[in-house]
Design a protein around this ligand. Sequence first.
Ligand SMILES: [Fe+2]
Length: 188
Amino acid sequence: MKTTHPKDGRTIVKSNPRKAELVHRREAPLETRTDLTPEATRDISGAMNAILADVFALYLKTKNFHWHMSGHHFRDYHLLLDEHAEQLFAMTDVVAERVRKIGALTLHSIGEIARTQRVLDNDAEYVEPLDMLAELADDNKTLAARLREAHNVCDEHRDFATTSLVEVWIDETERRTWFLFEATRRRN
Ligand SMILES: [Fe+2]
């Protein structure tokens, strides 16, 4: 049995139609792997990749403040921020893989994070401990609001798998905000 190669048109001899089908499938353009519409994939991946960039940026800022913490409550704050950083880092792989599962591309590099993030970096040499906590409380509050927006996008396209994850992340983010907020109200 003879057939034509799908790309370069050369004649190939095939003795096994099943094998030919496999070859064709392997060489066909990447097909979508989800029943979500291309529009849904575009909207959801846009929303979630922005969240991913924010989470990486907030992770690093939280680590930055964890490393540069000082003062009377060093141990408490240092440990609290490490706990928060771990929680944020744990989100990243799950967010990126949700985007891949719906057939889109996710972030590739630190450069892409920097171009996408909405969280502002803080490269100051010294930051007062309570200012660190207040800034992170604010960033986490904003992250919760952005997660709510992303939830709306996913919900609109009936991507329930992402919405259920986002619901847990909103709860975690609100817990971080609560702890940071209460810590800034601490009186000696
Ligand atoms: Fe550490």
